[in-house]
Design a protein. Structure first.
Length: 87
């Protein structure tokens, strides 16, 4: 059995109204110097948002809302996702 882990929901709210899934990026305290990671401090711990591990999950797996991102962190996520998926 896997333990519960925090994540950042990166899919837009409009998507959640029509689908049973959400696109998430897991958060980790295993710090890596990957270009696809965004550093942050959450709940008093240093960690990273792992954009290299984004996935779709059933919304029933999202147990509770733990907080909100600062505007700058949200902007970093958007900018990095655009860069990752450039064609």
């Amino acid at each position: 059995m896997q333990k519960t882990r925090p994540c950042v929901v990166i899919s837009p709210n409009e998507l959640h109204q029509n689908l049973r899934t959400a696109i998430i990026a897991p958060m980790t305290t295993a710090l890596r110097s990957y270009p696809t990671r965004i550093d942050l401090t959450f709940d008093g711990k240093d960690g990273q948002i792992a954009l290299d591990q984004i996935r779709a999950v059933d919304k029933s797996r999202l147990l509770k809302h733990l907080g909100s991102l600062e505007e700058e962190t949200a902007r970093q996520i958007c900018d990095l996702l655009v860069k990752m998926f450039e064609y």
